[in-house]
Design a protein around this ligand. Structure first.
Ligand SMILES: [Fe+2]
Length: 407
């Protein structure tokens, strides 16, 4: 969790009168987590954030599970997920459990004027779906999100301000933050982890005051916070698509969700670029935890970045065979060559589940000996409970992958 931040105008103390130029009060909102026991922010709106004028019928976006119990190494071609002109439609869950969903998305735009949510559901429930005339907002009340930007750039817009993003960024959006993504072009590829518990820095990276320690692979200067507060003092019909319990509830509000004049606290979205992750290296092969970026309940994420190889004279840089006794291992290949695999595509996902070992592909161990560096770039998600496989994942699966270790 990043440290204290503030933007805009705030009064000198909490919970006191804070008036607009016309003499009326601003509307204070406490955004608190874990009840009142964890990070929070205090936000000042032009209008109360409670002005609901209507709620349209909810629509289910629950993942369709194809394989409840997986016991096979698998691979999926993530770039085969079709691009779609609406952000919510574009989100395709591929691997899911009760702790997190792994989602792929290729939005060409935030919103098309015709559609609202879930192309799958649009077909099933087309008469029930409200058609948005203007752009909607999205609020995930189920999960905290890590959006890894594989392709694309733009601006994450929230009531806490704007956060520009680009290739390689992890955008961390805590649960309940209303947002929009403004894309610069229609070429966007996102790898999203939706977490049902807060996404935090690994405990061993921070001191007892919460500061990132010297041995951590990134530092506070690498954490980018919202930089520009845009105050939309507007009254109208604003649609916030609220996700809760795998349903989308189209909420109509009378005031613009980003009508904030100021805020302060510890609860806000932030960005960490994979290109700012400083790799740790050693004389012999270093284990995956040195690549860790974030942790949540029952899963961790890692970043594999360009780095020097192990430098012991007899070092074997390619990783050993490995048994996941108690974690499903998801690797999302971003860019560069991968030393342990014979052939990988950008956007490919491998899943190596609890219960069986996996290891380097034939020939890669000898090939790696003597090499000085790798240019690989990948994001890993290790879940401590098994992942289920969705119908959409099966549609992009490389069916023969589980036999790929046999020459
Ligand atoms: Fe592994």
């Amino acid at each position: 969790m990043p440290h204290y931040h503030k933007l805009g105008q705030i009064p000198s103390k909490r919970h006191i009168q804070f008036r607009k130029p016309d003499g009326n009060l601003y509307s204070e909102q406490l955004v608190s987590t874990e009840g009142f026991s964890a990070d929070y922010s205090i936000v000042y709106h032009c209008h109360p954030p409670t002005l609901v004028t209507g709620i349209d019928d909810p629509v289910s976006i629950a993942p369709d599970i194809a394989i409840q119990k997986n016991m096979q190494n698998r691979s999926f071609q993530g770039f085969k997920v079709k691009s779609t002109d609406n952000y919510l439609d574009s989100r395709v869950p591929v691997l899911v459990n009760d702790d997190c969903y792994v989602i792929l998305a290729a939005p060409t735009n935030w919103n098309s004027r015709q559609s609202a949510v879930g192309s799958r559901q649009l077909k099933k429930n087309s008469d029930k779906i409200p058609k948005t005339k203007d752009s909607y907002f999205f609020k995930n009340s189920d999960g905290h999100e890590m959006i890894f930007v594989h392709e694309g750039e733009g601006v994450l817009k929230t009531m806490y301000g704007n956060l520009p993003f680009e290739y390689g960024d992890h955008l961390i959006i805590p649960r309940g933050i209303i947002y929009q993504l403004e894309f610069k072009t229609d070429q966007n590829r996102l790898f999203i982890v939706e977490s049902f518990s807060p996404i935090r820095f690994p405990k061993r990276y921070v001191n007892r005051f919460g500061q990132l320690l010297e041995h951590a692979p990134f530092y506070e200067r690498d954490i980018r916070k919202p930089i520009k507060l845009e105050t939309h003092d507007e009254i109208g019909d604003f649609i916030v698509m609220v996700k809760k319990q795998d349903q989308i509830y189209p909420y109509h509000y009378a005031s613009h969700p980003f009508d904030v004049v100021g805020w302060d606290g510890y609860h806000f979205p932030y960005a960490l670029s994979i290109h700012d992750f400083e790799p740790l290296t050693g004389r012999i092969h270093q284990p995956p935890p040195i690549h860790q970026t974030f942790e949540a309940n029952n899963f961790v994420t890692c970043a594999f970045v360009p780095r020097l190889y192990d430098y012991h004279p007899l070092a074997i840089p390619v990783p050993y065979n490995h048994s996941n006794v108690d974690s499903d291992e998801v690797l999302y290949y971003v860019d560069g060559e991968f030393m342990s695999r014979k052939h990988v595509e950008r956007g490919q996902i491998t899943l190596h589940p609890i219960g069986i070992p996996h290891g380097p592909h034939p020939g890669t161990v000898e090939k790696g000996i003597g090499q000085k560096e790798t240019r690989e770039l990948a994001v890993m998600v290790d879940t401590f409970r098994p992942l289920k496989i969705t119908e959409q994942a099966l549609a992009i699966e490389d069916k023969g992958y589980y036999k790929s270790w046999v020459e």
